[in-house]
Ligand binder design. Structure first.
Ligand code: MN
Length: 242
């Protein structure tokens, strides 16, 4: 049956070779059968600019993504809070389409909205301020003009800061804010919502104004768990990878 697959939050880096191996197997395995693969953010633990494509680690991933698109699976990539500097050179190197956040589409007759998920975590006001800064084109132009080495250093510092900051934040603050989710569902007239980011894979159902809406949260990929969401005309289901 025609179907599409969704993944997010692989956080690929040299430090997690097992996850990269799993991902490459996924690309040459289940992803080949799909009409489309949607990567909803944080494919990479960090991305410092498209001039970093040639490093062997990145090259291998880009080539595997390009091979998937060449095989006939349409590839869509959305930015996450870690890899928001993925640019048009990256997209064309892997023959992918970059998606804006949020993206609205009709998927096998079901009205669907896709987002990374960080914009739903409005309880984390410190992050929302940081996001506004790093998503501005002025900031991005300034950073991308720095030498590659310096950007790598910044990325390492940002990763350290983010893991320190996480320790001081409550579980509620790091999850989606319910009112932000319901506002979005109302704004888009009660779609199915698919996102990642929170690392809390689940299917939620909301009953709002006589409508019921599903919210699918994608799993992150770690040494101990990984998986994808499979959607066809009958609906979606989460499939774990062995
Ligand atoms: Mn994220």
């Amino acid at each position: 049956m025609p179907h599409a697959l969704f993944i997010s939050d692989l956080h690929l880096s040299e430090e997690t070779p097992t996850t990269r191996k799993r991902f490459l197997e996924f690309l040459s395995g289940p992803a080949r059968e799909a009409e489309a693969l949607y990567i909803l953010g944080d494919l990479f633990e960090f991305w410092v600019g498209d001039d970093d494509i040639p490093t062997p680690f990145n090259r291998k991933i880009v080539d595997a993504l390009a091979a998937l698109s060449a095989s006939g699976t349409a590839l869509f990539i959305m930015h996450g809070n870690r890899d928001f500097l993925l640019g048009t050179a990256f997209a064309s190197a892997c023959r992918a389409t970059l998606l804006t956040d949020p993206t609205e589409l009709t998927l096998y007759d079901t009205h669907t909205v896709l987002c990374h998920g960080d914009t739903l975590c409005t309880g984390d006001t410190a992050y929302m301020t940081y996001r506004k800064q790093v998503r501005s084109s002025a900031w991005q132009r300034q950073v991308l003009a720095l030498p590659l080495e310096e950007r790598h250093k910044m990325a390492r510092e940002a990763t350290d800061m983010s893991s320190k900051a996480k320790k001081g934040k409550s579980a509620e603050i790091m999850d989606v804010a319910l009112h932000t989710v319901t506002d979005l569902l109302r704004k888009y007239e009660f779609p199915r919502l698919i996102h990642g980011h929170t690392h809390r894979p689940a299917r939620h159902v909301y009953h709002l104004d006589d409508h019921s809406c599903e919210r699918w949260v994608l799993t992150d990929w770690t040494a101990t768990r990984a998986g994808y969401l499979y959607c066809d005309s009958e609906g979606c289901r989460a499939i774990p990878l062995p």
